[in-house]
Design a protein around this ligand. Structure first.
Ligand SMILES: Cc1cc2nc3c(=O)[nH]c(=O)nc-3n(C[C@H](O)[C@H](O)[C@H](O)COP(=O)(O)OP(=O)(O)OC[C@H]3O[C@@H](n4cnc5c(N)ncnc54)[C@H](O)[C@@H]3O)c2cc1C
Length: 442
């Protein structure tokens, strides 16, 4: 154990394992879902309980050592060098209160565990497109759920957080206990406080009418035009996104998708009328694959079919205020059948509905109609081309936005684009107060 101060080592303070570089287990504990990111902290603390979190935060603060928190590494965009990596992946717990319709989960819990536990009571949480993502990291960035138009951002359904501030003080924040800080953590919490647990509302959704319609990329323009017109008319019960997917020609990829451009309309409708709501898109062009039907909520991952195994990627995002004809032409030129892009996935997710109300809260759609998310795979032979391709795409699309984007889709970009100027100013003051040494990394 190399990191030591005044004869008190981290190992003396925590119950969980502590890994130095070179220790067996160091690399596995520091590993991120984003395999392009190799964290190289001076020490990794595998917290076993909330007390370990408090002890690690206090130790980092006392010794002025940078602190980074990681649950799953789905949000890892840049490698951490030096400092302490606090790994929360063992803090996995789910307690459902079926009467209050809430779940309380530990900081290392993934959505899959919440979905399965809640489904036993006919309830559903506000998870995003992949149930492999961690609850806390997602929620601290606002959390744009599959059912976001129906129920709002995940952060807006939080009841309380168990937090540890950088002075080592552990406490509960909620609408009634430190409401200003609670509002900031719910959506603006990355790099602000360390969370050990969160309680949030669940919804009575046992099933949705959902899945994906897949079109051949040759129909990109007509499908996108139909999507733009149709998505403007949707009620809050309907949630959707259009994705331009260039899947590799690999044995595990369905033949209909392999090695070519396909256009996917992801759809999830709550309550009756889903089939009728989707009918205009089914008629937009010949459908290559129709995988939309009644879906138990436990199978909600089928709406987006995100990758489940770690991979090296670079992602970025922005927002669009309206899919005008000019915007549609720009999108088709950038990602349509004639585009020479190396980006395998570009998504336009419909916002609005319950995500449109901001009411002065930290996270809001800020006047955006669509959240844009683009992903590049950092693997040979195209790895070197990905950063420029991503930046080029975002530069093409930014004129159709308003300078803002969804926090969780910004990737390695400036996170301030995720918030209004007012919220950014309040966040800066709060960070200065809560972490005057600037140790907690986002
Ligand atoms: C395949 C995929 C699908 C996605 N789909 C969606 C989606 O549909 N909607 C959406 O909104 N987002 C989505 N995201 C983005 C995702 O929500 C963010 O990347 C989120 O930060 C991941 O959280 P995590 O805990 O899994 O990741 P981590 O990388 O472990 O954590 C991300 C960040 O969260 C903070 N953090 C984590 N735990 C704590 C803690 N206990 N205390 C304080 N800070 C903490 C840290 O700043 C950390 O750097 C997706 C990402 C991927 C890779």
């Amino acid at each position: 154990m190399t990191v030591q101060t005044e004869f008190i080592t981290l190992e003396d303070l925590v119950r969980g394992e502590v890994f130095d570089p070179g220790d067996p287990g160091y690399a596995a504990e520091a590993a991120a879902f984003n395999a392009a990111v190799a964290h190289r902290p001076d020490v990794v603390v595998a917290a076993r309980d909330a007390a370990d979190v408090v002890a690690t935060v206090r130790w980092a603060s006392l010794n002025s050592v940078p602190l980074h928190v990681q649950a799953t590494g789905h949000g890892a965009e840049r490698a951490m060098t030096g400092g302490v990596l606090l790994s929360t992946k063992r803090l996995r717990s789910v307690a459902i209160d079926p009467h209050a319709r809430t779940a309380t989960v530990g900081a290392g819990t993934r959505w899959r565990e919440v979905i399965d536990a809640a489904a036993q009571h006919g309830l559903a949480p506000l998870n995003g497109s992949s149930s492999d993502v961690g609850v806390v990291g997602y929620t601290l960035g606002g959390g744009m759920p599959v059912l976001g138009r129906t129920f709002g951002f995940a952060a807006d359904s939080v009841v309380s957080f168990e937090i540890v501030t950088m002075d080592g003080d552990a406490r509960t924040v909620s609408r009634t206990r430190e409401p200003e800080l609670f509002d900031l953590v719910a959506g603006g919490g990355h790099g602000l406080v360390v969370v050990t647990a969160v309680t949030f509302r669940l919804y009575r959704v046992a099933q949705v009418y959902g899945g994906a319609l897949v079109f051949d990329g040759a129909h990109s323009a007509s499908v996108l035009r139909a999507f733009a017109a149709w998505s403007r008319t949707l009620k809050d019960a309907s949630n959707t996104a259009i994705r331009f997917l260039r899947a590799p020609d690999a044995p595990d990829v369905p033949r209909e998708l392999a090695g070519k451009l396909t256009v996917h309309v992801s759809f999830a409708h709550v309550g009756p009328g889903g089939e009728k709501a989707l009918a205009p898109m089914r008629a937009a062009a010949p459908v290559l694959l129709d995988a939309v039907g009644v879906l138990p909520y436990a199978e909600i991952d089928r709406v987006y079919s995100d990758p489940e195994t770690p991979m090296p990627f670079l992602s970025g995002g922005t927002g669009i205020v309206d899919l005008t004809e000019e915007a549609i032409e720009a999108v088709i030129a950038a990602v349509g059948p004639d585009a020479a892009t190396v980006l395998p996935l570009v998504e336009f997710r419909l916002l609005g509905g319950a995500m449109a109300s901001d009411a002065g809260r930290t996270v809001s759609a800020h006047g955006l109609a669509y959240a844009v998310h683009a992903v590049g795979v950092l693997a040979p032979p195209i790895a070197d081309l990905v950063p420029a391709a991503l930046e080029g795409l975002l530069a093409t699309l930014r004129p159709f936005g308003n300078g803002r984007g969804p926090r969780n889709f910004l990737g390695g970009e400036d996170p301030s684009a995720g918030y209004s100027e007012k919220v950014n100013a309040v966040l800066a003051v709060a960070r200065e107060e809560l972490d005057p040494q600037g140790l907690l990394r986002p």
